[in-house]
Design a protein around this ligand. Structure first.
Ligand SMILES: [Zn+2]
Length: 109
């Protein structure tokens, strides 16, 4: 019944498709820019998202690749008002305990 391979997947939101599941090993961290990147499995769009240290750390632990080359990130201004810069439900499937909410607040402060 299916393969039991331990593939970490992240639930991320594609601007075209909404919530999609992406294998974290297919995701790319741009730490210099504090963004990460994934290719939507549905529409093949390259999506850039803003990250923070917690996200970068979580993605790294989950097997995402790192890219040192600096690209021009296209960050969607998804957050509004007092919402966190990047809601952690982008990576809910990882089930990481991201305890430093304070650090996240620091990014929007
Ligand atoms: Zn898509």
């Amino acid at each position: 019944m299916g393969d039991e391979e331990q593939v970490s997947r992240a639930v991320v939101s594609c601007p075209n498709c909404g919530k999609v599941e992406v294998p974290t090993e297919g995701m790319i961290i741009h730490e210099a820019d504090m963004t990460y990147e994934f290719t939507c499995p549905e529409c093949n769009t390259n999506v850039f998202k803003r990250a923070n240290r917690s996200i970068v750390k979580a993605l790294r632990m989950a097997g995402a690749r790192e890219e040192e080359r600096v690209k021009k990130p296209v960050v969607e201004p998804e957050y509004k008002g007092d919402a966190p810069l990047l809601t952690l439900d982008d990576i809910i499937a990882l089930h990481f305990e991201l305890e430093d909410d304070e650090a996240i607040k620091g990014w929007i402060g």
